[in-house]
Design a binder for this molecule. Structure first.
Ligand code: ATP
Ligand code: MG
Length: 589
């Protein structure tokens, strides 16, 4: 048994190192906080910030969160918690087209489900980047006025060609050196809807010869006539992500802005924007700093909103909350738990090098947590009848099954033994293979929590299929009675009594993809779907399971961990989803 407590100790990582150094150097000691996000004047006379650090989790509400986002949530909220800080939940909704309220609601519920809150001391730190559009617009005008931004009327193609390449510098736009007044006028015309979409953009004036292509006068505002879920039709120009993000961080007084590695090359622009706006007096020091970590890549899964959307829209899965999807909605239905995700994210750590994490690591984390939290029950997934021929007809006998072998305080429950039982079809073999220790004619096994039985015979139907196994029991061998182990057997099988069970649906989920790295090396991930990722069966289950509530989780002995589906279960008719098997059965070649 692994010790859950020691394995969940948060390991150290390079971001913690940065924070500890910043705290030791008092880098953020002079930081004020006015109680709400705002510009330099807003925070200027405000009291000292009670939060030692501020982090943020900034999802774009254009899809459902996935397991990769869980890593970011644990990191950002976890750091704030550990260092007396505050983590903001910020919807990065500066892109009008694909965002909507449904995603906002789901993301909020996912963050809460993982055990985090954006409320601290009764103050909510739930923010929307679109509420900063006015400031972003003013910031853009201020950059024009200080000679740091200009309106470019080149066509998109010209802009692309003149950007240069990795080996050649770019060329200055002919519009670059027009007067500040002209640029200001044109930018206002952009805002006022005087020009068609795509006809001009506002660019930062940095250096068209920079070796970092991201610094070759990047776009900061574009014309886009699109309805925004929060600001409606107020704007027909929208800020670019790379311009908006540092501003959002600065308005919210974020100290450590943590993002994934693909933004590393954008960091100089992040700093450039903040430096200019601080010089112009719009933002105040100390300014946020960006740090990058490796995003989570999980084998046998895709973690990209675009691909997830495709899987849902093309109906390869039943919806966003399909238990096979790596969305947090799906994971929750599957029976993955917040505690399991915590263990998983602690185990995989935070690094600066991209790598693939084995899906088995995620499953093992879930298994370890569920092993502690789940009570045991019995379900026969592929039932075949077993008759104890020498057992009296109308008798039912109490057997005692521990609810949790590691928690004796949870006591034992009664399971009824009678003449007719259901056992697993695979626990019987007409002709045993090597190393098969369960039932075959002449062999003995223990009926778990009951007696030792000896197989005497079996019956078949016209198709040569075994329909019934016949056994005799040994009366002195009942589990828990003195001398019960006088007869030694190698097999120990589970069962339910025919009169004390019910038949119900179980969904045996497995990996959604059969390829380890779906879509890699120009393969099509849609052609790598695992055809056996969901197998629905009718099982014979212990009677007590009939009344469980959606979301309740159990270990079905010898099979794995199962959860009563939170969506499709009906009163007294739970549908069980297999969360994870008891052991890792994946074949590694
Ligand atoms: P996708 O690439 O799937 O569309 P995204 O990065 O565009 O994801 P956002 O909503 O912008 O999604 O992400 C919110 C936060 O979650 C970001 O800070 C991002 O860095 C982080 N994040 C997204 N995917 C992962 C991942 N696979 N591993 C770790 N963090 C991630
Ligand atoms: Mg993104």
């Amino acid at each position: 048994m692994s010790d859950h407590k020691t394995t969940t100790q948060a390991p150290s990582n390079f971001i913690r190192g940065v924070i500890e150094r910043d705290l030791a150097n008092q880098s953020y000691a002079g930081k004020t906080w006015a109680g709400t996000p705002g510009d330099a004047s807003h925070h200027e006379k405000a009291p000292m910030d009670e939060a030692k650090i501020r982090t943020r989790f900034p999802p774009e509400p254009n899809g459902y969160l996935h397991i990769g986002h869980a890593k970011s949530i644990f990191l950002n909220f976890g750091l704030a918690k550990d260092y007396d800080g505050i983590c903001h939940l910020r919807f990065d909704d500066t892109n009008p087209e694909k965002e909507n309220q449904e995603y906002v609601d789901s993301i909020k519920s996912n963050v809460s489900w993982l055990g985090f809150s954006w409320e601290q001391n009764k103050t909510s730190h739930l923010y929307f980047a679109s509420n900063y559009f006015n400031f972003m617009y003013e910031a853009a005008e201020s950059l024009i006025q200080s000679g740091h931004a200009y309106v470019d009327k080149q066509s998109p193609d010209e802009i692309r060609i003149n950007r240069g390449t990795l080996t050649e510098p770019g060329k200055n736009s002919p519009w670059r050196d027009k007067s500040i007044e002209e640029h200001l006028t044109w930018f206002r015309e952009m805002r006022d809807g005087k020009h068609p979409d795509g006809s001009m953009i506002l660019r930062a004036k940095i250096d068209m010869a920079s070796p970092n292509i991201n610094l070759r006068d990047p776009a900061i505002y574009r014309i886009k006539r699109a309805h925004h879920h929060n600001t409606g039709d107020t704007w027909c120009i929208y800020p670019m992500y790379t311009f908006a993000h540092p501003i959002e961080d600065a308005l919210e007084k974020i100290t450590h802005s943590i993002c994934t590695l693909e933004f590393e090359d954008q960091r100089p622009f992040y700093d450039w924007i903040l430096d200019r706006l601080i010089e112009n007096g719009l933002l105040s020091k100390p300014q946020p700093r960006q740090y990058e970590f490796a995003r989570l890549n999980l084998t046998y899964a895709v973690l990209s909103k675009r691909k997830l959307i495709e899987l849902v829209e093309d109906k390869h899965v039943t919806g966003w909350d399909d238990p096979r999807l790596p969305t947090l909605e799906g994971a929750r239905r599957r029976g993955y738990t917040p505690e399991g995700f915590k263990l998983f994210t602690d185990r995989i750590g935070v690094s600066k090098a991209d790598s693939w994490i084995d899906y088995a690591t995620l499953e093992e984390s879930m298994r370890e947590v569920l092993n502690i939290s789940c009570e045991r029950r019995i379900a026969v997934l592929d039932p075949i009848e077993l008759e104890i021929t020498n057992y009296p007809e109308n008798i039912e006998e109490d057997c005692f099954a521990p609810n949790h072998p590691l928690k004796p305080e949870l006591e034992k429950r009664i399971v009824k033994l009678s003449k007719s039982l259901w056992i697993e079809r695979e626990d019987f073999m007409e002709v045993p293979s090597k190393q098969f220790f369960r039932l075959y004619p002449g062999n003995m096994v223990r009926l778990r929590y009951g007696y030792v039985v000896k197989c005497t015979s079996f019956e078949k139907d016209v198709n040569d299929k075994v329909t019934k196994v016949l056994c005799e029991y040994l009366p002195d061998t009942k589990s828990g009675t003195p001398g019960s182990d006088s007869v030694k057997v190698k097999g120990n099988i589970h069962w339910v009594s025919k009169n004390h069970c019910y038949h119900g649906t179980i969904c045996l989920y497995d990996k959604l993809f059969s390829a380890e790295h779906p879509g890699s090396q120009d393969t099509n991930y849609l052609e790598q779907l695992n055809p056996n990722s969901c197998i629905t069966i009718e099982a014979a289950l212990e009677k007590s399971l009939e009344a469980v509530k959606p979301g309740e989780q159990f270990q079905f002995e010898r099979h794995g961990y199962f959860v009563a589906d939170i969506k499709d279960s009906k009163p007294n008719q739970p549908i069980f989803n297999r969360t994870v098997t008891l052991k890792d059965t994946s074949q590694k070649t």
